[in-house]
Write a protein that binds this ligand. Sequence first.
Ligand SMILES: [Zn+2]
Length: 257
Amino acid sequence: MIHHEGPPPFDCFEALAARGVPHAVFTRLGGHSQGPFASLNVGHTVGDDPACVEANHAAIYAALGLGADRVVSGRQVHGCRVVRARAEDGGRVVGVADALFTTEKGLALLQRYADCVPILLAGPGVVGIAHAGWRGTLARVAAKAALAMAEAAHCRTDQIIACIGPSIGPCCFEIGPEVVSAVRQAFPQMDHLLRAGADGKAHFDLWEANAAQLRAVGVGEIEPAAICTRCRRDLYFSHRGDGGRTGRFAALIVAGG
Ligand SMILES: [Zn+2]
């Protein structure tokens, strides 16, 4: 990824930067929040001081030169609902949406993460963003977003590129037997998505499970950040790594830059 000093600091994907798509993946650094939310927490529902969360949002928008009235987000529930954001959605939360996309020039899409997988998508005249933990990954929210984007923008899925952001890696994402069966059911013949960890427990490769479902619907180019949030708790909020009490970092993508 390409590092920008900010403030606050953020990183960009090579593939999106090469196509001139404005976007950013922030870290937990450079914000106003304290304690477990230190410091650039953008989650309103995690127990942080609302004034700090607002100040963090303002800092992020300023770093990207965005007006708050151009930013759209959704309520993330580990589902697979894909919502198309329209011009009038600027400055709003559009309701339940684990994936957002838009063809509206100048509109920015924001989602919040702490171990779940950020997936940033861009095609001709269309951008999207998805949030996929294990439930969203099994429900194929990223693939559904890519298909909805291709339909709305009248392009082919092989014209869409996908970038997979910092999230809990196969090194750390231990799952129990019930999730192992759910993975096997959702991804038959893909046992390589599961591996045995050093602890003998099963680990699930969320990065490859999302990449595989995107390739299956024709997405041409996929860039993985390959950064584990649990291994890099110094840089990112990690739900697992921080025992559940933590903040959320932001990823954003802007249409038609
Ligand atoms: Zn890890």
